[in-house]
Write a new protein. Structure first.
Length: 119
């Protein structure tokens, strides 16, 4: 699975951004997709995930109620709508695919897109 994230940028606190991730290389409906983020010098942290049918989502407590993950099968794309952004949301954001295997999941990661929230 190949993934390409886009949509990052600089925004003021309280503003919004929409991240997009284009997926290719495997039938889109066969895997779950998600977003994680990483600040410099810190470990990558989970942000949100959506299952392969698009019917179930899960969020980190820190973004619940502010971020919305969605996917569009016709475009092989997954999105992260980020509202009410805070300076602590500043990070590189990565989309990833989780392919179910008999023993668990195989994870595929794209390059990050940078989000900077100014106070």
């Amino acid at each position: 699975v190949q993934l390409q994230a886009s949509g990052g940028g600089l925004v003021q606190a309280g503003g919004s951004l929409r991240l997009s991730c284009a997926a290719s290389g495997r039938t889109f409906s066969t895997y779950h997709t998600g977003w994680s983020r990483q600040e410099p010098g810190k470990e990558r942290e989970f942000v949100a995930v959506i299952n392969r049918s698009g019917g179930s989502t899960k969020y980190a407590d820190s973004v619940k109620g502010r971020f919305t993950i969605s996917r569009e099968s016709s475009k092989n794309a997954v999105y992260l709508q980020m509202n009410s952004l805070k300076p602590e949301d500043t990070a590189d954001y990565y989309c990833h695919a989780e392919v179910p295997r008999s023993w668990g999941f195989s994870s595929y990661w794209g390059r990050g897109t940078q989000v900077t929230v100014s106070s």
